[in-house]
Each structure stands twice: as structure tokens, then as C-alpha cells.
Design a protein around this ligand. Structure first.
Ligand SMILES: [Ca+2]
Ligand SMILES: [Ca+2]
Length: 260
């Protein structure tokens, strides 16, 4: 009986470890944390969260600017992106979720192809911030919490260590599966800015692009002689000093025609 209990315990512990590993950013997921800089020095943002630079689709959450100390305190501007202080985020809008505004919030990335990397400024990292990286059906692929970024995640608003650039890299099956980011914060707040998505078209898109390229080229192809296989005949001058015989001709193989 004792063996059975131990066995069950070991099996459940193993299952728990597997579940935990499945949710952590390991395997096909890795990340780096670089202390925040002012001005911002990361990749060009896909979304600065200013008007006109915001994720679409089924995205939820809040686009705000500045710091709102309430009461209760709602959110704080991520370090290095306050108006006029950074090369990016100059208009100052950022993305946030929290119980007094809305939480969780979802950023819809389903319009991108293979997502190989993504980065953002994680502002005032808190222990109660949770990022879930979801697949296209919104199942959790990877989970990262504030203390994974900096421990202890004190929420300090100006310390570069708690306002870092966080960069994720994905491999294996992850790039094709990532569909959404889910931000949860059980207290105010989880703030990010300058979300940069590193994506390439999916193979299906490549095929479509190739088909479009072929169609475009077929529309602009040389006259039909290039496609009929008919030999093209080019007249040449008679050989200098030759007899009074007829001029000779050369045949140009259509197989030598190169597509521009
Ligand atoms: Ca911004
Ligand atoms: Ca925060």
C-alpha cells in the first residue's frame, strides 16, 4: 500500500512538474531581460500604442498615457518612454491591465505569420503580473510572472531593473502556434510599451506569394515567341569576303531565354 501511495505521489508530482514545465518559458521558448534604457534602445516597435499603432482583431485592455495615482493608483508610465524622453513612445501611450481598469487583457497576434520573437518594455514589474503566451485557440503555451523577470518584482517605477526590455525567442512548433498574449494583474497594474513582433510569412503565404509572382511575371512576359518554343531566326550579314551565296542564319534556342 505504501508503495502504491508513493507511486501515486511520484506520478502526480511528475504530472505537476510536466504541467509546470509546459507553462514555463522553456523548451521552444526562451527570454532575455535587459535593464531599461532612456532613450529606448530595443527593436523598432510594431506597436507604440499611440493612436494608429495599436493591435487590432480581438484585442482587449487599455491604451493610456501618463501616470494615474488615483486613489487608488491605477498605472504608471513605463520607464524611458515618457513624453519627450525617448526615441520611441514619444506620444506616451502604453498598454496596461489591472483590476480597476480591466484584467486580463488580450493582444491578438493572429494576423502575423510565424512569430519567431517578440519584445516589449515591461514597466514597473510586479509580483502579481502574469503573461500567458497563448496558441491560436487561446490555450496556454508559456507563462511568465513578474518574479521571472526580476526578483523581487517590487513594481519600482524608475529602476531600470524593474522596467526592462524583455525579449522572447521561439523555436520548434511555437512560431506557428502563437496566437495571443494574455496579460493578467491581480493588483494595479501590468504596463507594457513598444511591443515589437518578429514574424515571417507562413509557408502557405510563401506559396501564395510565389503564385502571385508567377502571375505577375506571366503578365509581363516577352511576346509569345518566348513561350511557344518556336525557334527565333535572326538574320546575319554574309560572311565578309564570302561568295555570292545566301546569307546564313542562326537559330536561338528558346531554352536559353532567361526570365528577368
Ligand atoms: Ca508608447
Ligand atoms: Ca506595474
Amino acid at each position: 500500500m505504501r508503495k502504491l501511495i508513493y507511486g501515486l505521489f511520484a506520478a502526480s508530482a511528475l504530472a505537476f512538474a510536466s504541467a509546470a514545465n509546459a507553462a514555463s518559458c522553456v523548451g521552444d521558448c526562451s527570454f532575455t531581460v535587459s535593464p531599461g534604457t532612456n532613450p529606448y534602445a530595443g527593436p523598432a516597435p510594431t506597436y507604440t500604442f499611440d493612436p494608429g499603432s495599436r493591435p487590432g482583431g480581438t484585442t482587449t485592455g487599455n491604451f493610456v498615457t501618463g501616470t494615474n495615482d488615483g486613489p487608488p493608483p491605477l498605472y504608471a508610465q513605463p520607464f524611458g518612454t515618457a513624453a519627450g524622453t525617448g526615441a520611441y513612445g514619444g506620444a506616451g501611450y502604453f498598454y496596461e491591465v489591472g483590476p480597476n481598469t480591466s484584467s486580463p487583457g488580450i493582444i491578438d497576434l493572429t494576423s502575423f505569420g510565424l512569430i519567431q520573437s517578440l519584445s516589449f518594455i515591461w514597466g514597473s514589474v510586479d509580483t502579481y503580473n502574469t503573461l500567458d503566451i497563448l496558441d491560436n485557440s487561446q490555450n496556454v503555451l508559456f507563462t511568465i510572472v513578474g518574479n521571472d523577470i526580476f526578483n523581487p518584482a517590487t513594481g519600482n517605477r524608475t529602476d531600470p531593473a524593474t522596467n526592462p526590455l524583455v525579449t522572447f525567442n521561439f523555436s520548434g512548433s511555437a512560431p506557428a502556434n502563437i496566437g495571443y498574449l494574455r496579460f493578467t494583474s491581480t493588483q494595479n497594474a501590468f504596463e507594457i510599451d513598444n511591443l515589437a513582433i518578429g514574424a515571417v510569412p507562413e509557408p502557405a503565404t510563401w506559396a501564395a506569394d510565389a503564385a502571385r509572382l508567377w502571375w505577375h511575371r506571366s503578365l509581363h512576359a516577352p511576346p509569345a515567341e518566348a513561350d511557344t518554343g518556336a525557334a527565333r531566326v535572326r538574320s546575319c550579314n554574309p560572311v565578309k569576303g564570302g561568295s555570292s551565296g545566301p546569307p546564313f542564319f542562326v537559330r536561338e534556342s528558346p531554352g536559353l531565354l532567361l526570365d528577368g
